[in-house]
Design a binder for this molecule. Structure first.
Ligand SMILES: Nc1ncnc2c1ncn2[C@@H]1O[C@H](COP(=O)(O)OP(=O)(O)OP(=O)(O)O)[C@@H](O)[C@H]1O
Length: 270
């Protein structure tokens, strides 16, 4: 092989970096005349907390809904572990390992903590009791619920059979996070998880997020709370007018820079 050929073959071989777990290219979504997503891109890397920030109406929720199957984009591609996916419902995304903790939580207040953890995925007793009589395997579900909550340091909740309506806001959020961490095998998405919480409860939820990250699950955090974002995020995706305009490292930018980029007052870094 000549020197020239060697040089060509070297430059032609791309250097393989880590591959995003979840990514999107060119997502578009219109609601009538409103363009909610305008060629939006997205990348979530393994093991990171990625914050998504943007002004009201920038399209953050629509982006997240597209990633978790709650909205079907008009165009664009979404990939999980490098393979294209076409989720038609949040259930399909959940089956693929993407769990979302919504702002309104989607917990059932009258049900117990254990029942909420297993909502929609109830375990049946083995054998005919479960197969034919559809009896629930309550003891296994309670044991697993207890294990999951202890793992995440949430066992300040004393009684797993306590109804969710009797819990504090932070404890409820904890149950929702525990559910997402228990079943989200690939990605956990959290939409404004601290918006309705007090200082102490917010702190607990931020610690929970760091716990989930330490256990290897990447998190997408949508938040308007800059101190929280800067405290936990490894990278910050800035969304503006329906698209990603920058991804910044919180160590390299101040909160006011991030807000200025987000609102258009400062040019996004190239
Ligand atoms: N179901 C819908 N029907 C019509 N318009 C919608 C719908 N969902 C979102 N939009 C519009 O799409 C745009 C983006 O909304 P989106 O909720 O994604 O923004 P956001 O960045 O999450 O805002 P916020 O921070 O205020 O929650 C907005 O102009 C919004 O009014």
């Amino acid at each position: 092989m000549s020197l020239d050929q060697t040089a060509t073959s070297l430059t032609a071989t791309p250097i393989a970096g880590p591959q995003p777990i979840l990514s999107a290219q060119g997502l578009q979504k219109r609601y009538g005349k409103v363009v909610a997503l305008d060629n939006a891109d997205f990348d979530l890397m393994p093991g990171e907390i990625l914050a998504v920030i943007g002004d009201n109406g920038a399209g953050k929720s629509t982006l997240i809904k597209a990633l978790c199957g709650a909205v079907i984009p008009d165009a664009g591609t979404i990939k999980l572990d490098g393979s294209p996916v076409h989720f038609k419902s949040p259930m399909e995304a959940r089956l693929a390992g993407i769990e979302t903790v919504y702002q309104n939580l989607a917990l059932s207040p009258a049900l117990s903590i254990a029942d909420n953890l297993f909502l929609g995925r109830e375990m049946r007793k083995p054998g005919p009791l479960g197969n034919i009589f559809r009896l629930l395997d309550r003891s296994t579900m309670n044991r697993l619920a207890r294990e999951k909550l202890s793992e995440l340091g949430l066992m300040t909740i004393q009684n797993i059979n306590q109804s969710v309506e009797t819990l504090s806001g932070g404890q409820r959020q904890g149950v929702a996070v525990a559910r997402a961490a228990a079943f989200g095998s690939r990605v956990v998405i959290m939409d404004e998880p601290t918006a309705a919480l007090g200082v102490k409860e917010s702190r607990r939820v931020l610690e929970l997020m760091l716990d989930v990250k330490r256990r290897g699950l990447p998190i997408v955090l949508i938040s308007h709370n800059m101190p929280h974002v800067f405290e936990v995020a490894d990278r910050i995706h800035i969304h503006r007018l329906g698209r990603r305009i920058a991804v910044i490292n919180p160590k390299d930018f101040s909160m006011s820079d991030a807000v200025a980029i987000m609102t258009g007052a400062m040019k996004p870094p190239s």
